[in-house]
Design a protein around this ligand. Structure first.
Ligand SMILES: [Fe+2]
Length: 348
């Protein structure tokens, strides 16, 4: 197989057929025979893109992911709406959020006790326009942070807040609310929700109107479990009310579409209104400092600047599979138009 990089960041390592042998069995056999070398590259580079292979179905994708990491998992306590794909045990739609909705860079489920170890994405249907899933080296983001801001996060840690409304409350799609609590826990039984929260070591509180608040107090970073490197590891740029606003400014510069221009300004107004009318702790999602104080908007802008400086944006090609080390490398989604089908699975 041919191994190469497209950029000086060496992210991701790209593996392609070397003139012959692009079938799934040939790739799986090669992976099996080169496992030790591959694991070393995966750790160093943070992501591996498999391109040009006959990975035609979601089941093929699952088989490839299992060959890279046998610990695939099914449970998901994140925020994106997702559906299990028929014919697979662990493959989900990456996100059912509308195409115009930006998903800023994040490592998956940074706030839970046992986040995914590796996360895999598969391009089943190529996006018509946009819809890339950029990745970013969060070791670099941490290393390049302003020392004063970095020290503040190191010292204070973060409080991640998610407020979910009750399943019976009927509301159309809400920009600021991604799921109701029954969709997170797959039940409307409050005792069962509480049981799952305790199992997952989530702090929970029932709010007026049967709404549910889930909070996590964690450090703002982690040490990579194998390499020991320090990694920016929280959802500030995704959950902070200012995050989407900043993200759309960068996206507009990158995509130069009138629709992005509209959403950029629309979001700015909506976020402003929301932050005037709602306390930080009551936002649908937020990341505050661990002591409950709000993180200044300028800090969100600083982190986003570093992320976009180090961002790797590769257009999807049909049957691409990318494996991402969730303890060093983030992922996200750029807005898209038309068809797009990206599937996901992960290991714990
Ligand atoms: Fe994600």
């Amino acid at each position: 197989m041919k191994q190469s990089f497209l950029n000086t960041q060496q992210l991701p390592l790209i593996i392609e057929p070397n003139g012959n042998g692009n079938s799934k069995p040939e790739l799986l056999l090669w992976l099996k025979n080169n496992k030790a070398e591959l694991d070393k590259s995966f750790l160093k580079n943070g992501a591996i893109l498999f391109r040009g292979f006959e990975i035609d179905t979601p089941k093929d994708f699952e088989d490839l992911a299992v060959q890279v990491d046998s610990r695939l998992e099914q449970s998901y306590y994140g925020t994106s709406p997702r559906n299990l794909v028929a014919g697979t045990k662990c493959v989900f739609t990456a996100s059912e959020l509308p195409g115009y909705y930006p998903i800023p860079q994040h490592c998956e489920m940074t706030y839970v006790k046992h986040p995914p170890v590796n996360i895999f994405f598969y391009c089943h249907v190529e996006p018509e326009y946009g819809g890339e899933s950029p990745i970013c080296n969060f070791r670099k983001v941490y290393a390049e942070m302003n020392p004063k801001i970095r020290n503040e996060f190191d010292t204070k840690g973060v409080l991640t807040v998610r407020n979910y409304s009750n399943p019976k409350k009927s509301s159309p799609f809400n920009l600021f609310e991604l799921k109701k609590w029954n969709q997170i826990f797959n039940t409307e039984d409050k005792a069962e929700v509480e049981k799952q929260c305790r199992e997952q070591e989530m702090d929970f509180e029932w709010m007026p109107g049967d709404n549910l608040r889930i909070t996590h107090r964690t450090p703002a970073t982690i040490k990579h479990p194998v390499s020991g490197e320090t990694v920016w590891y929280n959802h500030l740029q995704v959950f902070h009310p200012h995050g989407a606003d900043v993200e759309y400014s960068y996206i507009h510069t990158h995509q130069q579409r009138s629709k992005t221009f509209f959403w950029k300004h629309f979001l700015k107004v909506m976020v402003k209104l929301k932050s005037i009318t709602t306390q930080p702790i009551d936002q649908s999602m937020n990341v505050l400092f661990r002591d409950g104080s709000a993180v200044p908007n300028s800090y969100v802008e600083h982190i986003q600047e570093l992320i976009w400086k180090n961002l790797v944006i590769l257009p999807w090609k049909k049957n691409d599979v990318i494996a991402v080390d969730n303890f060093s490398t983030s992922h996200g989604r750029l807005p898209y138009e038309g068809k797009r089908e990206i599937l996901v699975c992960w290991s714990t």
